[in-house]
Ligand binder design. Structure first.
Ligand code: GTP
Ligand code: MG
Length: 401
């Protein structure tokens, strides 16, 4: 009963946020801020959508694809020692395994799972550049119930590839950062975590420190764990509890051969924590993340409103002046025209221009009112978003054991 009440509150907050996002989108569209209006519309759509996205990011060859393969229990996604993944691979639930490729022009076609590597790797060159995404349907338990796992090209892959993961960050619900445990990150990676992942509202980040098997003795394991605790733990809300030291290669091999992972294998702990997070914490995190994004958009757009209102006021005055000129010219000619028929003729000629000018004047006046109204509402929206963000952050903190 208590739990039900808690989620009722979340739904109410989500509805409130959707209404705010839609109102803001309408206001921004009205002031021709189309990019920001679209971003608000996306927030509303994202809040409504059921699908939850788990984004795997990390530097090249850190083992992202290998870890997802370990979760799939088979070597499906292409992996190699050199830069590999060139196309976002989306893993979603499907009882029968199948692979679909979506081209950048929107067309999709099914492909054989065994040919995936040929299509989505850096080596496949031209072909990969044509694809927007590869979608793999797989009976992966954690994906049951609209969860999708996204494998991305390495962050330091350069060019368009390096940007690919960033583009998906805006709609990610959970972020898993994969690092090679011997070098848990460069300054560039830490900046990406701090300035992009956390700034986008993700604070409960999962860190997988991979390639544990490359450490040959306990002493090195201790040193590497101390390094992770220093560099990675402070960057995630649950600190060391969100650091997982795994040997993904051994995990794929074990599962592909039908062997279970040992109970102390940290990949198992990661899988359980992720499932728990998706089931219990996500609704809240999604609200906070979207509220943060919405607030940023609202504040960034705020200065535009009074400025635009001023511009509209002068355009309206201009329209008023032009209307006055035409009206007085008309009156003069009316007086000057001797016959009644000629007067009607003059009126007929002037009527369309007059109508257009009046419409312009009224439209500009109305738009200015709307814009001013919006400018006033933005403060209220920012306050409402603050309430949601602070309330949820406090609740998450207080509910943690
Ligand atoms: N020794 C060891 N090698 C691993 C482990 N996990 C992955 N590898 C190897 O590391 C290399 C890179 O792995 P990938 O899974 O392709 O790495 P990625 O992060 O997906 O790379 P990109 O797609 O290029 O960004 C491959 O040769 C893997 O076999 C591990 O736990 N131990
Ligand atoms: Mg990869």
């Amino acid at each position: 009963m208590e739990r039900r009440g808690r989620f009722d509150g979340l739904h109410a907050q989500r509805d409130e946020l959707v209404a705010l996002a839609e109102a803001l989108a309408a206001g921004l569209a009205c002031v021709q801020e189309s990019e920001r209006a679209e971003s608000c519309a996306r927030v509303a759509a994202d809040l409504r959508a059921g699908t939850l996205n788990v984004l795997f990011v990390g530097e090249r060859s850190s083992g992202k694809s290998t870890i997802i393969n370990a979760m799939l229990g088979r070597e499906i996604l292409p992996t190699s020692a050199v830069a590999t993944t060139a196309v976002i691979c989306r893993v979603k639930w499907g009882l029968v395994p199948q692979t679909i490729v979506r081209r950048k022009d929107g067309r999709t076609f099914p492909i054989d799972v065994s040919t995936l590597a040929e299509r989505v790797t850096v080596d496949s060159g031209v072909q990969a550049a044509e694809y927007a995404e590869a979608v793999l349907c797989w009976p992966l338990e954690v994906c049951h119930g609209e969860v999708e796992i996204l494998d991305t090209p390495g962050l330091n892959a350069g060019g368009e590839l390096g940007k690919a993961a960033r583009a998906y960050l805006a709609t990610a619900d959970a972020v898993v950062v994969v690092v090679d445990c011997q070098k848990p990150g460069t300054m560039k990676l830490f900046r990406f975590i701090d300035d992009e992942i956390r700034a986008a509202g993700h604070h409960d980040i999962f860190f997988i420190c991979n390639k544990l098997n490359l450490l040959h003795d306990e002493k090195n394991v201790e040193l590497v764990k101390a390094d992770g605790a220093r560099k990675l733990a402070p960057r995630t809300m649950l600190r060391a509890r969100r650091l997982y030291y795994v040997d993904a290669l051994a995990a794929v091999e074990a599962r592909a051969a039908g062997r279970e992972l040992g109970e102390d294998d940290e990949l198992l702990r990661f899988e359980r924590d992720l499932a728990e997070y998706l089931a219990h914490d996500l609704a809240r995190v999604r609200i906070v993340r979207n509220a943060v994004q919405l607030k940023r958009t609202a504040l960034a757009a705020k200065p535009q409103f009074p400025e635009l209102a001023g511009r509209l006021a002068s355009e309206r005055a201009d329209a008023e002046r032009r209307l006055g000129d035409v009206e007085s010219a008309l009156r003069r000619r009316e007086v000057e025209q001797p016959t009644f028929v000629e007067r009607i003729q003059v009126h007929r000629q002037a009527e369309p221009e007059l109508r257009e000018l009046r419409v312009d004047r009224d439209f500009l006046g109305g738009l200015r009112e709307v814009v001013l109204g919006w400018s006033e509402r933005l403060d209220a929206i920012a306050d409402a978003l603050d309430q949601i963000i602070i309330g949820e952050a406090n609740r998450i903190r207080s509910e943690r054991p």
